[in-house]
Design a protein around this ligand. Sequence first.
Ligand code: FPP
Length: 246
Amino acid sequence: MPPATTPAHVAIIMDGNGRWAKQRGLPRLEGHRRGAKAVRATLTAAFEAGVKYLTLYAFSVENWKRPQDEVGGLMGLLNYFLKQELKTLQKNKIALRTIGRTDALPADVRKELAATIKATAHHKERTLVLALNYGSRTEIADAARAYAEAVASGKQKNDEASWDDFARHLYTAGIPDPDLVIRTSGETRISNFLLMQSAYAEFIFTPVLWPDFGKDELHACLAEYARRERRFGRTSEQVAGAKGEK
Ligand code: FPP
Protein backbone atom coordinates (compact mmCIF):
# COMPACT_ATOMS: atom_id res chain seq x y z
CA MET A 1 0.00 0.00 0.00
CA PRO A 2 1.40 3.42 -0.87
CA PRO A 3 1.60 5.91 2.03
CA ALA A 4 -1.44 8.20 2.48
CA THR A 5 0.79 11.06 1.42
CA THR A 6 0.96 9.72 -2.14
CA PRO A 7 -1.24 11.88 -4.35
CA ALA A 8 -4.06 9.87 -5.95
CA HIS A 9 -4.09 12.16 -8.98
CA VAL A 10 -1.04 13.82 -10.49
CA ALA A 11 -1.47 16.18 -13.44
CA ILE A 12 1.49 17.41 -15.47
CA ILE A 13 2.04 20.35 -17.80
CA MET A 14 4.87 18.94 -19.90
CA ASP A 15 6.86 21.99 -20.98
CA GLY A 16 10.33 22.63 -22.37
CA ASN A 17 10.64 20.22 -25.31
CA GLY A 18 11.46 23.07 -27.69
CA ARG A 19 14.11 24.59 -25.43
CA TRP A 20 15.66 21.17 -24.80
CA ALA A 21 16.07 20.74 -28.57
CA LYS A 22 17.29 24.30 -29.14
CA GLN A 23 20.00 23.91 -26.47
CA ARG A 24 21.34 20.98 -28.51
CA GLY A 25 20.92 22.52 -31.96
CA LEU A 26 18.24 19.93 -32.80
CA PRO A 27 14.85 20.41 -34.49
CA ARG A 28 11.90 21.05 -32.16
CA LEU A 29 10.35 17.73 -33.14
CA GLU A 30 13.37 15.92 -31.70
CA GLY A 31 12.52 17.61 -28.39
CA HIS A 32 8.99 16.24 -28.63
CA ARG A 33 10.36 12.77 -29.47
CA ARG A 34 12.47 12.88 -26.31
CA GLY A 35 9.40 14.23 -24.54
CA ALA A 36 7.50 11.10 -25.54
CA LYS A 37 10.28 9.01 -23.96
CA ALA A 38 9.89 11.04 -20.77
CA VAL A 39 6.17 10.27 -20.88
CA ARG A 40 6.97 6.56 -20.90
CA ALA A 41 9.38 6.82 -17.95
CA THR A 42 7.07 9.04 -15.91
CA LEU A 43 4.01 6.91 -16.55
CA THR A 44 5.65 3.75 -15.25
CA ALA A 45 7.20 5.51 -12.25
CA ALA A 46 3.95 7.25 -11.27
CA PHE A 47 1.82 4.13 -11.24
CA GLU A 48 4.58 2.13 -9.50
CA ALA A 49 4.59 4.79 -6.78
CA GLY A 50 0.85 4.26 -6.17
CA VAL A 51 -0.61 7.13 -8.17
CA LYS A 52 -4.08 6.18 -9.43
CA TYR A 53 -4.67 8.89 -12.04
CA LEU A 54 -2.02 10.55 -14.18
CA THR A 55 -3.16 13.39 -16.44
CA LEU A 56 -0.79 14.68 -19.11
CA TYR A 57 -1.32 17.94 -20.99
CA ALA A 58 -0.25 16.68 -24.40
CA PHE A 59 -1.95 19.16 -26.75
CA SER A 60 -3.88 22.31 -25.93
CA VAL A 61 -6.59 24.08 -27.92
CA GLU A 62 -4.00 26.81 -28.49
CA ASN A 63 -1.33 24.44 -29.85
CA TRP A 64 -2.96 24.41 -33.33
CA LYS A 65 -1.34 27.83 -33.80
CA ARG A 66 2.11 26.18 -33.98
CA PRO A 67 3.79 25.62 -37.38
CA GLN A 68 1.90 22.97 -39.35
CA ASP A 69 4.84 20.57 -39.50
CA GLU A 70 5.18 20.68 -35.70
CA VAL A 71 1.45 19.99 -35.23
CA GLY A 72 1.66 17.13 -37.74
CA GLY A 73 4.75 15.78 -35.99
CA LEU A 74 3.05 15.85 -32.61
CA MET A 75 0.01 13.99 -33.99
CA GLY A 76 2.32 11.39 -35.54
CA LEU A 77 4.14 10.96 -32.25
CA LEU A 78 0.88 10.51 -30.41
CA ASN A 79 -0.23 7.86 -32.86
CA TYR A 80 3.10 6.05 -32.53
CA PHE A 81 2.97 6.32 -28.73
CA LEU A 82 -0.53 4.79 -28.58
CA LYS A 83 0.52 1.85 -30.77
CA GLN A 84 3.71 1.27 -28.76
CA GLU A 85 2.25 1.69 -25.30
CA LEU A 86 -0.83 -0.54 -25.51
CA LYS A 87 1.23 -3.46 -24.18
CA THR A 88 2.45 -1.39 -21.22
CA LEU A 89 -1.07 -0.21 -20.45
CA GLN A 90 -2.41 -3.78 -20.51
CA LYS A 91 0.49 -5.23 -18.50
CA ASN A 92 0.12 -2.58 -15.79
CA LYS A 93 -3.69 -2.58 -15.85
CA ILE A 94 -3.99 1.05 -16.88
CA ALA A 95 -7.12 2.42 -18.55
CA LEU A 96 -6.76 5.22 -21.07
CA ARG A 97 -9.09 8.22 -21.06
CA THR A 98 -8.98 11.52 -22.83
CA ILE A 99 -10.18 15.00 -21.97
CA GLY A 100 -10.64 17.68 -24.60
CA ARG A 101 -12.36 18.11 -27.95
CA THR A 102 -10.89 14.95 -29.43
CA ASP A 103 -13.39 14.96 -32.32
CA ALA A 104 -11.20 17.64 -33.98
CA LEU A 105 -8.08 15.41 -33.99
CA PRO A 106 -6.92 13.73 -37.23
CA ALA A 107 -8.88 10.59 -38.16
CA ASP A 108 -5.94 8.18 -37.64
CA VAL A 109 -5.32 9.51 -34.12
CA ARG A 110 -9.04 9.30 -33.27
CA LYS A 111 -9.12 5.71 -34.49
CA GLU A 112 -6.07 4.72 -32.44
CA LEU A 113 -7.43 6.50 -29.37
CA ALA A 114 -10.83 4.82 -29.66
CA ALA A 115 -9.20 1.39 -30.03
CA THR A 116 -6.88 1.92 -27.03
CA ILE A 117 -9.67 3.30 -24.82
CA LYS A 118 -11.87 0.31 -25.69
CA ALA A 119 -9.10 -2.23 -25.14
CA THR A 120 -8.21 -0.83 -21.69
CA ALA A 121 -11.69 0.18 -20.43
CA HIS A 122 -11.91 -2.80 -18.07
CA HIS A 123 -8.98 -1.60 -15.92
CA LYS A 124 -10.36 0.12 -12.84
CA GLU A 125 -7.25 0.61 -10.67
CA ARG A 126 -5.18 3.07 -12.69
CA THR A 127 -6.04 5.64 -15.34
CA LEU A 128 -3.87 7.57 -17.77
CA VAL A 129 -5.71 10.69 -18.88
CA LEU A 130 -4.41 12.42 -22.00
CA ALA A 131 -5.50 16.04 -22.38
CA LEU A 132 -5.80 16.46 -26.15
CA ASN A 133 -7.13 19.56 -27.84
CA TYR A 134 -7.87 20.54 -24.26
CA GLY A 135 -8.50 23.95 -22.77
CA SER A 136 -10.21 24.68 -19.48
CA ARG A 137 -12.32 27.53 -20.78
CA THR A 138 -13.52 25.43 -23.72
CA GLU A 139 -14.33 22.65 -21.25
CA ILE A 140 -16.35 25.01 -19.06
CA ALA A 141 -18.22 26.42 -22.09
CA ASP A 142 -19.01 22.86 -23.27
CA ALA A 143 -20.13 21.90 -19.75
CA ALA A 144 -22.34 25.00 -19.46
CA ARG A 145 -24.04 24.06 -22.73
CA ALA A 146 -24.58 20.45 -21.60
CA TYR A 147 -25.81 21.66 -18.21
CA ALA A 148 -28.31 24.06 -19.83
CA GLU A 149 -29.60 21.18 -21.98
CA ALA A 150 -30.05 19.04 -18.85
CA VAL A 151 -32.06 21.86 -17.25
CA ALA A 152 -34.14 22.38 -20.40
CA SER A 153 -34.98 18.68 -20.61
CA GLY A 154 -35.91 18.56 -16.92
CA LYS A 155 -33.04 16.20 -15.96
CA GLN A 156 -31.45 18.91 -13.78
CA LYS A 157 -33.25 21.26 -11.39
CA ASN A 158 -31.40 24.56 -11.65
CA ASP A 159 -32.46 25.99 -8.26
CA GLU A 160 -31.00 22.98 -6.44
CA ALA A 161 -27.79 22.80 -8.48
CA SER A 162 -24.45 22.31 -6.72
CA TRP A 163 -20.89 22.33 -8.00
CA ASP A 164 -21.02 18.52 -8.21
CA ASP A 165 -24.11 18.72 -10.46
CA PHE A 166 -22.24 21.04 -12.81
CA ALA A 167 -18.97 19.08 -12.64
CA ARG A 168 -20.77 16.00 -13.97
CA HIS A 169 -20.76 17.79 -17.34
CA LEU A 170 -17.02 18.50 -17.40
CA TYR A 171 -14.75 16.27 -19.50
CA THR A 172 -13.28 15.07 -16.20
CA ALA A 173 -16.58 13.65 -14.90
CA GLY A 174 -15.81 10.68 -12.65
CA ILE A 175 -12.11 11.58 -12.30
CA PRO A 176 -11.13 12.93 -8.86
CA ASP A 177 -9.61 16.42 -8.76
CA PRO A 178 -5.81 16.51 -9.09
CA ASP A 179 -3.94 16.53 -5.78
CA LEU A 180 -0.70 17.62 -7.37
CA VAL A 181 -0.08 19.68 -10.51
CA ILE A 182 3.49 19.74 -11.83
CA ARG A 183 4.82 22.09 -14.50
CA THR A 184 8.26 21.59 -15.93
CA SER A 185 10.71 24.03 -17.57
CA GLY A 186 10.62 26.78 -14.95
CA GLU A 187 7.47 28.47 -16.29
CA THR A 188 5.02 29.39 -13.54
CA ARG A 189 1.72 29.52 -15.42
CA ILE A 190 -1.37 27.29 -15.48
CA SER A 191 -2.04 27.86 -19.20
CA ASN A 192 -5.74 27.00 -19.24
CA PHE A 193 -5.19 23.56 -17.64
CA LEU A 194 -7.74 22.06 -15.20
CA LEU A 195 -8.56 25.51 -13.79
CA MET A 196 -11.59 24.44 -11.75
CA GLN A 197 -10.37 20.95 -10.91
CA SER A 198 -7.10 22.23 -9.42
CA ALA A 199 -8.86 24.57 -6.96
CA TYR A 200 -7.25 22.76 -3.99
CA ALA A 201 -4.27 21.14 -5.73
CA GLU A 202 -0.68 21.56 -4.65
CA PHE A 203 1.54 23.04 -7.37
CA ILE A 204 5.17 22.24 -8.09
CA PHE A 205 7.09 24.24 -10.68
CA THR A 206 10.38 22.55 -11.51
CA PRO A 207 13.13 24.01 -13.72
CA VAL A 208 13.74 20.59 -15.32
CA LEU A 209 12.88 20.57 -19.04
CA TRP A 210 10.28 17.91 -19.88
CA PRO A 211 12.61 15.60 -21.91
CA ASP A 212 14.88 15.42 -18.82
CA PHE A 213 12.00 14.51 -16.52
CA GLY A 214 11.67 10.89 -15.38
CA LYS A 215 11.55 8.59 -12.38
CA ASP A 216 13.99 10.55 -10.16
CA GLU A 217 12.35 13.92 -10.88
CA LEU A 218 8.90 12.46 -10.24
CA HIS A 219 10.05 10.96 -6.93
CA ALA A 220 11.45 14.36 -5.92
CA CYS A 221 8.04 15.94 -6.66
CA LEU A 222 6.22 13.23 -4.68
CA ALA A 223 8.58 13.80 -1.72
CA GLU A 224 7.93 17.55 -1.90
CA TYR A 225 4.17 16.89 -2.02
CA ALA A 226 4.41 14.66 1.07
CA ARG A 227 5.97 17.58 2.99
CA ARG A 228 3.11 19.93 2.13
CA GLU A 229 0.21 20.48 4.49
CA ARG A 230 -3.15 20.52 2.73
CA ARG A 231 -5.67 22.47 4.77
CA PHE A 232 -8.75 22.81 2.52
CA GLY A 233 -9.68 26.03 4.33
CA ARG A 234 -9.01 24.72 7.87
CA THR A 235 -6.32 25.91 10.28
CA SER A 236 -3.02 24.13 10.69
CA GLU A 237 -4.07 23.11 14.25
CA GLN A 238 -7.31 21.58 13.02
CA VAL A 239 -5.44 19.57 10.40
CA ALA A 240 -2.94 18.35 13.04
CA GLY A 241 -5.84 17.45 15.36
CA ALA A 242 -7.66 15.49 12.66
CA LYS A 243 -4.46 13.51 11.97
CA GLY A 244 -4.10 12.72 15.67
CA GLU A 245 -7.65 11.33 15.87
CA LYS A 246 -6.95 8.65 13.27
C1 FPP B 1 5.51 21.78 -24.54
O1 FPP B 1 6.85 22.01 -24.89
C2 FPP B 1 5.08 20.48 -25.01
C3 FPP B 1 4.07 20.25 -25.89
C4 FPP B 1 3.27 21.33 -26.49
C5 FPP B 1 3.72 18.89 -26.35
C6 FPP B 1 3.88 17.79 -25.37
C7 FPP B 1 4.10 16.55 -26.13
C8 FPP B 1 4.90 15.53 -25.77
C9 FPP B 1 5.56 15.48 -24.47
C10 FPP B 1 5.18 14.38 -26.69
C11 FPP B 1 4.02 13.62 -27.19
C12 FPP B 1 3.02 13.26 -26.15
C13 FPP B 1 2.63 12.00 -25.86
C14 FPP B 1 1.56 11.77 -24.87
C15 FPP B 1 3.24 10.85 -26.49
P1 FPP B 1 7.22 23.25 -25.82
O2 FPP B 1 7.33 22.75 -27.22
O3 FPP B 1 6.23 24.35 -25.63
O4 FPP B 1 8.60 23.67 -25.25
P2 FPP B 1 9.25 25.13 -25.28
O5 FPP B 1 8.39 25.99 -24.40
O6 FPP B 1 10.61 24.92 -24.71
O7 FPP B 1 9.25 25.58 -26.72
